[in-house]
Design a binder for this molecule. Structure first.
Ligand code: PSV
Ligand code: MN
Length: 386
């Protein structure tokens, strides 16, 4: 049995990117609730993201979404983030909120709309040059609602062409990361519905194009850890968007409903070399906090990932391999489950304290007065929201 002391050094490598949009107001198509203390500017979002990092040392970067996080001076914003102790990470494009994109963006039948969507991505790449971001993450709302509505084959060709144009602007140190999603907002077909389609496109582009796996974007019962294993095997797993889903793209707190799935995913990540100083896999959250407080929601999320990473690291891989080799079905299963059922919370608390961090970051945040302060200070202005 592997011990916590043996795996503790590996925990140092953990870095989980938080999304700027998690700090803004969000909701469903029924209602977006406001909440006291919500940021009114990108800087205030960065303040909140930096707070999550301060209490956990797990979230050194924040992802931005363009144009939600558009500012005049990205150089200034980058310095602002550094002053708060974090950096700007992935740049997410947005081709789903402009009237022109009603029937698609990068796949649109009208070359003018396609060009507009391409230009938006080129602008994102320019911003990345200023912020020092490595990844351009593309999630497309493109698709159709009715059979016959669109030429789904031609849309694939147009997508390939659009992506190739964008990819040409990606620098040597940058990556294009393509995210797939089975449904929504298009409900009959989406243009990048699954990892196979995403893989086909990024493989055609080249070495600096990879796939983003959003844990909420699959059909129910999909074996997500298998996809992780396969993409890592092919060297094409670029990043994760972590969240928890029950029915659809719920974007709830990662590991909240099914910590075992998170454990299984993280086990395959570790098994496939996707975790550690040499890994290029980016771990991000793609979440919203519609009814709970946002900063503690993010702290809970990164802690959940840390906890399941620790448990996944505890799997005794030698014992597991021996049992698998011996064809010992239940023996192998037990090695796996023993690690999952190991409660690491007390060990993690002591480990955090040994590094000058609060043993219980949730309690420390609640006692810090930060929430009360932002609720009192952030009065007036327009709360950020999508
Ligand atoms: C929409 O489903 C979505 O949640 C995608 O997962 C993107 O990653 C995110 O929005 C930000 O654009
Ligand atoms: Mn996502």
């Amino acid at each position: 049995m592997t011990t916590f002391a043996e795996i503790a050094p590996d925990l140092e490598h953990q870095a989980i990117e938080v999304p700027s949009w998690a700090y803004g107001n969000s909701g469903t198509r029924f209602k977006v609730f406001g909440s006291p203390g919500t940021p009114r500017s990108v800087e205030e979002k960065i303040d909140d993201a930096a707070t999550v990092h301060r209490f956990t040392r797990l979230a050194p970067t924040v992802a931005l979404h363009i144009p939600w996080d558009m500012v005049e001076d990205f150089g200034g914003l980058t310095r602002y983030a550094t002053d708060q102790g974090i950096e700007i990470g992935t740049i997410n494009s947005n081709t789903f909120q402009d009237e022109d994109y009603k029937l698609g963006g990068l796949t649109h039948h009208d070359p003018a709309v396609r060009q507009k969507a391409i230009d938006h991505h080129l602008q994102c790449i320019e911003i990345m040059g200023v912020t020092g971001s490595r990844d351009l993450k593309i999630w497309l709302a493109d698709g159709s609602n009715y059979p016959g509505q669109a030429d789904i084959r031609a849309r694939q060709d147009r997508l390939a062409e659009s992506l190739a144009t964008i990819y040409q602007a990606i620098g040597d140190q940058q990556r294009l990361v393509l995210e797939y999603k089975i449904f929504e907002p298009a409900f009959y077909h989406t243009d990048v519905p699954d990892w196979g389609t995403a893989l086909a496109h990024v493989q055609a582009l080249g070495a600096n194009a990879t796939v983003c796996l959003d844990t909420g974007h699959h059909a129910p019962s999909t074996n997500v850890e298998f996809i992780v294993a396969q993409l890592l095997r092919l060297g094409k797993l670029g990043s994760f968007d972590f969240n928890s889903r029950n029915y659809a793209d719920d974007d709830l707190i990662v590991g909240s409903a099914d910590p075992f799935q998170l454990f299984r995913i993280l086990f395959e990540v570790i098994r496939g070399g996707g975790y550690g100083p040499d890994s290029e896999v980016a771990f991000m959250l793609d979440q919203c906090h519609n009814i709970e407080k946002k900063i503690p929601g993010q702290i809970r999320s990164v802690l959940n990932v840390q906890e399941m990473t620790a448990r996944a690291l505890l799997v005794d891989r030698e014992e597991l391999a021996a049992a698998q080799q011996a064809g010992d079905v239940l023996g192998a299963h037990q090695v796996f489950m023993d690690a999952f059922y190991t409660d690491v919370r007390a060990d993690l608390a002591s480990w955090r304290e040994s590094r000058g961090l609060p043993g219980d970051p949730m309690a420390a945040y609640a006692a810090s007065g930060y929430q009360e302060k932002i609720e009192a200070d952030r009065v007036g202005g327009t709360q950020m929201s999508w």
